[in-house]
Design a protein around this ligand. Structure first.
Ligand code: 5CA
Ligand code: ZN
Length: 477
């Protein structure tokens, strides 16, 4: 029986939920709202996702691990920051039956856990820069509708980078570096994005400014998939992170932080999945290649001898490969591995071996290729095919994002476009908070942020004042 996933475009929620279940990624029946269980297949995907990310971060950052509990006195130190998170914090108030002297927050993010320690670590400019990251679980008592991977109360895969610098300039450069790392990372996964500077009223609590990555989901709403913040000296003041410069004077340090979450996995699923189920980019696929031997009784030994050798060969070349020798119909195997999103399937039957051929079937476009089996070139052929799958997934996903991004020049079109087509709408904007908040109310949309553009002598399409930016607006998750 063919499983019906639902309509990805018109009923994304149903489709997404079905994928998570059928592809055995997570089980969301855990008896706490907003918390789920990673299943073995999902955990593999998560692991490869993190390896890809951490490899990029490791070039210029070091991994650390801070405690999960934060004393209330530290969390409350930075006034704006605590205001942003006070409604979302979970509290530990007891040890056994005893009330604690001071209640402890489960980290909603780790500024207030890390920065008191940074204050101890930074003495002179010799101690700078600090560039560290950790991958941890964080807790946020979200009040908006929770959804698996997308809006959770235990973020199980929170990768956060925190840096400390001597100068404004270095912090600005680190923000750019962070953006580049995330671009490379999302590109490797074929996740499309639009980058904008969040408006004043939606920046990270305590930051100077926030740069955000947004992906347009199949239903036309956008999902914030990553953020890079310039913290300025706000936290350095609060947590007393100062260094002695060459003249022996004390100066405040400049900081940045940036982070990603489980949402990355949601984004991959949403970007590439289809009516057959999950479709994974090779870089995070638990199996990049699945070999299905076509076995007939009398030729079984011959086929298996060949496929065992092939499996061994691919595996030695560093390709994640698995062979499915189960005694069930090949059709059922094809169906299952397609559902699970394995990028490439190799079928080999007795006739193929006699003709010295193998059959490659791509998950992304269904193309079937009969290729000559040559032991000296087969690895290149397969690696090239995997690369081509990555490219194709990325191209198609980017096309979707581009086709759903509209530039308009009057207010009427903003409303019409968002309601009819969804996606991101861009237009000339003044950048003023009052104007922006009014628009959000009037049109029931969110201002994602601004992009710099050549806007001379143009007026804000909402209030008529001079325009300074392109605004990006959308409905959001
Ligand atoms: N300390 C900073 C940088 S790590 C910080 O916490 N930034 S954040 O609040 O913007 O979170 C980083 C990213 O986590 C967001 O861009 C978003 O993609 C993701 N995220 C935030 N809240 C949730 C949530 N409840 N569920 C899943 N992902 C979330
Ligand atoms: Zn305006």
């Amino acid at each position: 029986m063919i499983f019906y996933y639902g309509d990805k475009m018109n009923n994304f929620n149903e489709w997404f939920h079905n994928i998570l279940e059928e592809a055995e990624i997570i089980d969301s029946r855990y008896p706490i709202k907003g918390m789920s269980v990673w299943l073995p297949r999902g955990f593999q995907i998560r692991k490869h996702m993190l390896n890809t990310l951490e490899e990029l971060l490791d070039v210029d950052h070091e991994e650390v691990l801070f405690p999960m509990l934060i004393p209330e006195s530290e969390l409350a130190k930075e006034a704006i920051h605590v205001k942003g998170f006070e409604d979302e914090a979970y509290w530990v108030t007891k040890g056994g039956k005893r009330e604690l002297n001071e209640q402890l927050a489960l980290r909603p993010t780790s500024e207030t856990s890390m920065y008191p320690m940074f204050s101890l670590w930074v003495r002179s400019h010799m101690d700078l820069p600090i560039k560290v990251y950790q991958t941890v679980n964080t807790f946020r008592y979200e009040t908006k509708h929770t959804r698996p991977l997308i809006r959770v109360r235990e973020i199980t895969t929170f990768n956060e980078t925190h840096t400390v610098h001597a100068t404004v300039q270095e912090a600005v450069e680190e923000v750019e570096a962070g953006i580049e790392i995330y671009k490379t990372f999302f590109d490797e996964l074929g996740i499309p994005y639009s980058i904008s500077k969040r408006p004043e009223w939606d920046k990270f609590p305590g930051s100077l400014y926030t740069m955000a990555f947004d992906m347009i989901m199949p239903d036309g709403k956008t999902l914030q998939i990553g953020t890079v913040h310039n913290l300025g000296t706000t936290f350095a003041k609060t947590f007393d992170i100062q260094y002695e410069n060459d003249e022996g004077e004390h100066e405040l340090a400049h900081q940045t932080c940036y982070g990603l979450s489980d949402r990355v996995i949601a984004a991959v699923i949403a970007a590439h999945g289809d009516e057959k189920g999950l479709c994974l980019p090779p870089v995070i696929a638990p199996e990049q290649v699945i070999i299905v031997p076509i076995i007939f009784k009398e030729k079984e030994d011959m086929v298996l001898e060949f496929t065992d050798k092939l499996e061994e060969q691919l595996s030695s070349a560093g390709i994640r490969v698995k062979q499915d020798k189960r005694d069930i119909r090949p059709g059922k195997k094809y169906y299952e591995w397609e559902q699970r999103g394995v990028p490439l399937r190799i079928e080999v039957g007795p006739r193929d071996i006699e003709n010295n051929k193998i059959v490659l079937i791509r998950r992304d476009n269904g193309n079937k290729d009969f290729v000559d089996y040559d032991s000296t070139t087969i690895i290149d052929t397969i690696n090239d095919t995997l690369d081509s799958i990555t490219d194709n997934l990325k191209t198609n996903a980017n096309k979707f994002q581009d086709n759903k991004t509209f530039i308009v020049d009057n207010l009427d079109q903003v409303k019409k476009t968002i309601n009819k087509k969804g996606g991101i709408v861009k237009f000339n904007w003044c950048g003023n908070t009052d104007c922006g908040k009014q628009m959000e109310e009037e049109f029931d949309i969110d201002v994602l942020g601004t992009q710099e553009a050549d806007i001379e002598d143009k007026k804000c399409i909402h209030c008529g004042e001079d325009a300074h930016f392109m605004a990006l607006v959308s409905k959001t998750y």
